[in-house]
Design a protein around this ligand. Structure first.
Ligand code: NAD
Ligand code: MG
Length: 407
């Protein structure tokens, strides 16, 4: 009998979104089948996932981890999974003729090319990798239309907005006045700005409501995440940045809201658990079990809403500026931020340096509207270089006086 299950490729399977996706699929095995899994370098986790789901392909970022995985799968004698590596491997499983759905859950700019490969193959794309859309904006959306791909937002706010827009109708057709992008405010909502210099990577990664990968956790702490989401929303829903408002909502129960011309406001509510938006996009336009319990309104204390503090979280204004500017601004801001966050996690710069690096690189980037993804990647590479140079300079400036003191 023919296998009618939808075949799913998960780009970034070993990460937070990847693991949640596998959990939802495991609850709905009669409807979905894992076709391919990909990872950066975590061979052990990939082995475990391959043995559990028996995908046709597994892709590792480099040849060395691919060889390790191949060897371990051979030893286990329990898998027929073919192991591939690198960009070619990612593109192969993102665009393979047998694939129906591609979950784009690689973190950062590294997700752009494989996600575009899925778009160009006309797949249904479940987009978690917001950075790819931030970087390529118009080119990405034009490719979706040209190749008749289906783009569904996994990011919880955008998934909420999508649900508030009556199943996929565009914001224009619906008479949308405003989109309210909610955010918890991250772990430092109430922390004084003076103490931001002392923030450690562990503190920045300890999000009060959501459990996520390190990069997006730091982005939530600087609120750059909300900024990237503003740019993401602009492209996904074809609205101007001034129609998008940040609303701080510490409880993370309302995942975003849409205000209509007639004064109605539609909100989507739920537990802060990414399995809900993942299940929604996997099954759309139907609904499936996600494993997430419903909200208990009687046990809920209160829901609070407040304005975002643009002084303490300057990344919000930088992102709004980039959203209003040429594509090169979004590319530069995203690239600088990725480099700055990694340098912070590696304890090379402080938490308060992240917005400084982001702003300096944004200020120094020449205006451009790239016509191809290769042009996007040239601007991206140049911004990453500038950010690295700046970080070296920050390190030197800090080490200088310290060395003199130590001497
Ligand atoms: P994560 O760090 O937990 O996982 C990232 C995945 O990408 C891993 O499987 C890793 O192996 C892979 N990867 C990393 N670098 C790679 C590279 N250079 N080449 C190939 N693969 C690579 O991240 P996450 O929290 O799952 O987030 C993934 C994406 O989803 C991000 O873009 C994030 O902004 C977005 N997102 C995440 C959440 C969440 O709750 N975690 C919510 C909304 C959006
Ligand atoms: Mg989000």
């Amino acid at each position: 009998m023919a296998d009618l299950r939808r075949k799913v490729t998960i780009l970034g399977a070993t990460g937070s979104i990847g693991v949640s996706t596998l959990d939802v699929i495991s609850r709905n095995e009669s409807a979905f089948n894992v076709f391919a899994l990909t990872a950066n370098s975590n061979v052990e986790k990939m082995l475990e996932q391959c043995l559990a789901t028996q995908p046709r392909f597994a892709v590792m970022r480099n040849d060395e981890s691919a060889a390790q995985l191949r060897q371990l799968l051979k030893l286990s004698e329990a898998s027929a999974t073919e192991v591939l590596s690198g960009e070619a491997g990612l593109n192969h499983v993102a665009s393979h003729a047998d694939v129906d759905d591609v979950v784009a859950a690689i973190v950062g700019g590294a997700g752009l090319k494989p996600t575009m490969a899925a778009v160009e193959a006309g797949k249904k794309i479940l987009l978690a990798n917001k950075e790819s859309l931030v970087m390529s904006g118009r080119l990405f959306m034009e490719a979706v239309a040209k190749h008749d791909a289906t783009l569904l937002p996994v990011d919880s706010e955008h998934n909420a907005i999508f649900q508030c827009l009556a199943n996929g109708a565009s914001a224009h057709a619906c008479g949308v006045r405003k989109i309210m992008l909610t955010g918890s405010g991250g772990p430092f909502l109430r922390r004084t700005v003076e103490s931001f210099v002392d923030v450690t990577p562990a503190e920045a990664c300890a999000h009060p409501n959501w459990s996520m990968g390190q990069k997006i956790s730091v982005d939530s702490a600087t609120m750059m995440n909300k900024g990237l989401e503003l740019i993401e929303a602009k492209w996904l829903f074809d609205v101007s940045p001034d129609q998008i408002e940040f609303v701080v909502h510490p409880q993370s129960v309302v995942h975003s809201m849409v205000e209509y011309d007639d004064g109605a406001v539609v909100a989507q509510l739920g537990q802060p658990d990414m399995r809900t938006p993942i299940a929604h996009t996997l099954a759309w336009p139907e609904r499936i079990d996600s494993g997430v319990p419903a909200l208990d309104f009687m046990a809920m204390s209160k829901l609070e809403f407040e304005a975002a503090d643009l002084e303490r979280f300057p990344c919000l204004s930088l992102a709004r500026r980039a959203a209003e500017g040429p594509q090169s601004d979004s590319i530069a801001l995203n690239a600088a931020n990725e480099i700055a966050v990694q340098a912070f996690l590696d304890e090379l710069i402080g938490f308060a340096d992240i917005p400084i690096v982001n702003k300096t690189v944004l200020d120094d980037t020449a205006d451009a509207e790239p016509a191809t993804i290769d042009e996007v990647l040239i601007i991206d590479a140049s911004a990453r270089k500038s950010a690295l140079r700046l970080i070296e300079q920050i390190e030197c400036d800090r080490a200088g006086p310290k060395r003199r003191q130590d001497a």
